[in-house]
Design a protein. Structure first.
Length: 253
């Protein structure tokens, strides 16, 4: 029996901070007017999986979701529909889910006292890369959609449930748990289901994935003497805008 069920991506809003921002001379986050992500793979992870490893996975989506704008989605409303559960195994208990997405996020936003305590900063179209954060403009009128990468290049996250990887289809080389390796263009995120779920014959489950982004745009500044919104000195490449890892809640029912 095949289980066909579309996975609805439903977005709520909450806060996530990458730990290195606390070690910066100045680090702050703000809301984003635009926040577009691209999902490339969704896996259900069987019993025995942990925050660092997705075991015996069932791939329920593998492809390119296209740009999904979280910021324009009303909380609780479906922003996109992806995949199905026809590859989930009857009788298998799933406890985690792994979502792979592009690290590049299209963001528009900024605020006062973002790059330093006294200086505003806004995305101005100067793109970041997997190895270098994006600089911006001190003028709010310059704010436009800008490519910013998830995670501070060469940095690490608070938790080990996330890591970068070199490919979005499961064939890539993964960074260590919690690491954002320079040069990696994709991000793997692992989240525990709200409760273990066993696929049963005749039962067609539904799944909801909720991403949170209220503090989606961050600015990392390790040296306020030499660096600010539109200035990068001393070979520091990770000074600038970064995208926070989405906070995610997953429910199968």
């Amino acid at each position: 029996m095949k289980l066909f069920r579309i996975i609805n991506l439903i977005f709520f809003f909450s806060v996530f901070l990458i730990s290195e921002a606390y070690a910066a001379a100045y680090g702050a986050t703000t809301a984003a007017d635009t926040y577009k992500i691209t999902v490339t793979r969704i896996e259900l992870c069987a019993s025995g999986s942990t925050k660092t490893a997705c075991s015996d996975s069932a791939v329920i989506f593998n492809g390119d979701s296209g740009a999904i704008d979280i910021a324009s989605t009303t909380a609780g409303a479906a922003a996109a529909s992806l995949g199905n559960l026809n590859k989930a195994t009857i009788g298998t208990t799933y406890t985690w889910m792994q979502v792979t997405m592009k690290r590049s996020v299209t963001i528009k936003g900024g605020s006062t006292a973002l790059s330093t305590a006294s200086q505003a900063c806004y995305t101005n179209g100067t793109a970041g890369t997997s190895a270098q954060s994006a600089l911006g403009s001190t003028s709010s009128s310059a704010a436009v959609d800008t490519v910013v990468f998830m995670g501070i290049a060469g940095g690490s996250a608070d938790d080990t449930n996330v890591n970068t990887t070199t490919a979005g289809d499961g064939t890539g080389t993964d960074a260590a748990a919690g690491a954002f390796d320079t040069g990696d263009d994709y991000l793997e995120w692992r989240g525990e289901l709200t409760a273990p779920f066993t696929i049963k014959p005749g039962s067609i489950p539904s799944a909801k994935i909720a991403f949170g982004t209220s503090a989606a745009l961050g600015f990392y500044n390790p040296n306020t003497t030499s660096n600010d919104c539109d200035t990068r000195a001393d070979g520091i490449t990770n000074n600038g805008f970064y995208a926070a890892e989405p906070d995610v809640t997953i429910t199968l029912y």
